[in-house]
Design a protein around this ligand. Sequence first.
Ligand SMILES: [Zn+2]
Length: 351
Amino acid sequence: MVTHAHLDHCGYLPRLVRHGFRGRIVTTEFTARLMEIVLRDSAKLQNEAAGHILGSSWAALTLEDGAVLAVSGDLGRPGHPLLRPPEPFSGADVLLMESTYGNRRHEEQAGRAHFADVVTRTLARGGTVVIPSFALDRTEVVLHELTQLRRTGRLPAAVPVYVDSPMALAALDVYRDALVMRAPELRPEVLAEGPAALSPEPFRAVRSLQESVELGHAGGPAVIVSASGMATGGRVLHHLRRVLPDPRNAVVVVGFAAVGTRARDLVDGARVLKMFGEYVPVRCQVADVPHFSAHADAAQILDWLRGAPAPHVTYLVHGEPEASAALRERIDRTLGWTAVVPRSGERVLVR
Ligand SMILES: [Zn+2]
């Protein structure tokens, strides 16, 4: 069972098959399509670690002895601007619960206002906005936000929006297809708009490397959305090298930034950033908008769990240690459930 197409959830499939697995792989239609894009790209090993995205699901597996094992996958936030909220948890004997934001609270409205503010001010002073973005979902959420800003005039009509990432553009095609097919997991108000919901015209898809390089020489105010989201690699590095030293510009980090990545260094206030073997000074504005993350925060996870009967054990997985520990504590205290942060490699019985 594959809950969604992020590389940290499907990246081992080729190895599994190489090692002789011949069973069925169960997933949703849009996860299958997005996985094709992600696995083809994975030779280049992009770090795509966060988010609830198109095609996502949580799974309840009934094992041969009748025990039910549920897997949350990555839990989406109920306020996702494009996707309907995840279906509520309905119970299991054992639950594996993700905990990426187990110690955090999203301020969604404040986050959107901050994003709009940074974009507007940067463009007004003649700067360029670079948004390192995960190729799957985050790019679509950002485009949706920019579309709204364009409509209200906060994003001036003369400023082009570029998406510079072949993988993001391939994923965008799948989202557009979902809109055309009126996929039921999309919000009704987004379906009513159709593909226009993701098109902040003038909008340019940058496909070839040559176009990407030329974009760097274009000059003038612009918004550039480019992968990878944590600036661990990809075309965004070339854009960062160009925009970081100039105080007119802004870099907006719109999702989860893991420890040890350039995106985290930026939001932590690094004054220099190493890339291509050299140190680049950071003099532009750096804005942190983690509220665009597709992961539920701690309170939203609790809300998702609340209506279900208590599993025998809930294991907190998929989080940095402080986040998992905080969520364990909160589930214990608020719901009275038995919750455990397992050690890597630990074996337990499911029943
Ligand atoms: Zn994910």
